[in-house]
Design a protein around this ligand. Structure first.
Ligand code: HEM
Ligand code: HEM
Length: 183
């Protein structure tokens, strides 16, 4: 069970360690770290970089002709960063969800939720470690249905990701301008 879900366990442990650090800072300072101050800002920047790597690395590897590492490992890495990054960004929010920043957080939550659905459908189709479908293990009917669901899922998941990054870039530009440079 641990081996099959290793990326989920590692993400859970990493988030627990980050949450413990966050908790210590809250106890020490007696306040929630503000999004525009050192700790909250760092969480936002590092979390966002992880999300950007989630968005790009797996897709690049999937389309690359050079086989650098197994696809299954890249997907695990994708999922690990796709959980830890959003968790850091959530702590960055300082639990305020107004306006565009709130919408960006909502889109982040939707993409993570959608990721779990994608993972569920993806793992229904038996695959090699390089992500190739293994023929003959599912009936033609079941395979066709799983493929249709997977392509429908891609058609929803990818545009949400694009909307998320557009709104995150606008948020960053606005937040840096008003909350950092104008201070
Ligand atoms: C997907 C990534 C991100 C999400 C979902 C997000 C979300 C949020 C949220 C919910 C807030 C609180 C807004 C409020 O006070 O109502 C916030 C504040 C802020 N964020 Fe982000 N953030 C992200 C990435 C970043 C990055 C990468 C930076 C810096 C480059 C950044 C800089 C700031 C700043 C400076 C504030 C404080 C704004 C203020 O005090 O008015 N954020 N963010
Ligand atoms: C910041 C969060 C995330 C972003 C931005 C993101 C983005 C993407 C993108 C752009 C793709 C399409 C890759 C391609 O076909 O080129 C994808 C695929 C996928 N993602 Fe995510 N994702 C995130 C989080 C997650 C999470 C948390 C999970 C699982 C729990 C997940 C599971 C998957 C799966 C199973 C695929 C399909 C792989 C395939 O068809 O080859 N993602 N993701």
């Amino acid at each position: 069970m641990l081996r099959g879900n290793i990326e989920l366990w590692l993400a859970f442990i990493t988030c627990a360690v980050i949450a413990a650090g966050y908790g210590l800072i809250v106890v020490w300072t007696q306040e929630v770290p503000a999004a525009s101050e050192l700790f909250g800002h760092t969480l936002g920047i590092v979390g966002f970089i992880l999300m950007l790597l989630t968005e790009t690395l797996y897709s690049i590897r999937k389309r690359s002709r050079i086989a650098m590492g197994r696809m299954s490992t890249w997907l695990k890495f994708h999922i690990y960063m796709g959980l830890v990054g959003p968790f850091m960004v959530l702590l960055h929010s300082s639990w305020k969800f107004n306006g565009l920043a709130g919408a960006t957080t909502l889109l982040t939550a939707i993409i993570v939720f959608s990721g779990f659905i994608g993972r569920y459908i993806f793992t229904r189709i038996p695959r090699t470690l390089d992500g190739m479908e293994i023929e003959g293990t599912l009936s033609q009917e079941a395979l066709k249905r799983a493929r249709q669901m997977m392509s429908l899922w891609h058609a929803v998941h990818i545009p949400i990701g694009v909307a998320l990054f557009i709104s995150a870039f606008v948020h960053m530009a606005g937040a840096l301008y008003y909350a950092t440079f104008l201070q």
